[in-house]
Design a protein around this ligand. Structure first.
Ligand code: FEO
Length: 330
């Protein structure tokens, strides 16, 4: 069975949803799942943009076959080799042995380290290169450390589609919806988009700023990320969020209080502080128990709010371990 959706006249989403994996990268909880997006362009040549995680291989191969509808697969563009996007590449090349793989030399090296040898398929590209597949001309832009060193994004100058790799992604599986304008993003998606960005790419704000500068000159009309929804309207809303996050500027004035408490005393201190802050006019105060709330949520809130209070008891003559872990991760 296949599940694909039309993105433009000749571009299809052929990815898959993962609602079974407990933790993304085996670290971050994903209670609402995640999507691994892949796209198929049906031009004079057929071009697949990325693959999916091994957990969704069965769905993906059915989708590839359905999208091709009997045509050969000519090219695969690999933007990023993290296994959530490249784990099924080796198997794909067994199915389609004549496909050429367009990627960077660094990506080829990394793929080999993951056990996928693309030497017989390799068409190297580097920053600034472009390639025509018929009507569509794709331009390749290096995006190092957004999120790994080998990452690139690509831009289709024919229709203004930016294939943004991990940038502009989100946690959450796609419930039939594919475009950000099909959901109430600010109500239902922004928190998981922020948690994805801040925990996956948040460390590399400088690199994200570099990518935003590189792409600012492009006439981007659609953003197709490797996770989450596609943007075709109101792109500036999401680009502005990433600009703010990558400059480490808060979205809201408010105080995040994260406490570590064994027997409730530090917890009470946190409550007293929160009450006094509200009495003094602070309108947004959030309190979290560091032992109870997964730190991916705390990091996301630390990006969102303007002020942060950490209150910790001691443990074995040191800071309380869950608080220590949170600070280290942050
Ligand atoms: Fe979604 Fe860095 O992989």
């Amino acid at each position: 069975m296949h599940h694909i959706r039309k993105v433009t006249d000749d571009l299809y989403w052929i990815g898959a949803n993962d609602r079974r994996t407990e933790r993304f990268e085996n670290i971050h909880p994903i209670p609402e799942g995640v999507s691994y997006n892949a796209y198929m362009l049906l031009d004079e040549k057929t071009v697949l943009f990325d693959t999916v995680d091994w957990s969704c291989g069965r769905q993906f191969f059915d989708n590839v076959e359905a999208a091709l509808d009997g045509r050969p697969l000519d090219y695969v563009v690999v933007h990023h080799v993290e296994p959530d996007h490249a784990a099924t590449l080796g198997e794909l090349l067994l199915h389609y042995p004549n496909a050429r793989v367009i990627t960077t030399a660094k990506a080829k090296q990394f793929l080999a380290q993951f056990g996928t040898d693309i030497a017989d398929h390799f068409d190297a590209v580097k920053n600034g290169d472009s390639k025509s597949f018929g009507r569509h001309e794709i331009h390749f832009v290096a995006a190092p450390m957004v999120h790994w060193p080998e990452v690139m994004v690509s831009f289709d100058s024919t229709n203004g589609v930016l294939f943004s790799a991990d940038a502009f992604g989100s946690f959450k599986a796609l419930d039939g919806k594919l475009f950000a304008d099909e959901v109430n993003f600010d109500r239902d998606w922004i928190d998981e988009a922020r948690r994805y960005y801040t925990n996956i790419v948040g460390k590399y704000g400088k690199n994200v700023q570099g990518l935003l500068k590189k792409t600012a000159a492009l006439d981007i009309r659609m953003i197709c990320p490797l996770h989450g929804l596609i943007w075709r309207k109101n792109l500036s809303y999401f680009i502005d969020k990433h600009d703010k996050w990558s400059r480490y500027e808060p979205e809201s004035k408010g105080v995040l209080i994260v406490y570590a408490s064994m027997y409730g005393d530090t917890e009470q201190a946190a409550d007293i502080l929160a009450g006094k802050l509200v009495e003094s006019g602070v309108t947004e105060v959030r309190i979290f128990d560091v032992s109870k709330t997964d730190k991916s949520y705390l990091i996301s809130e630390a990006f969102r709010l303007s002020h942060l209070v950490l209150a910790s008891c001691t443990y074995n003559l040191h800071i309380y371990p869950p608080m220590d872990a949170f600070i280290t991760d942050m």
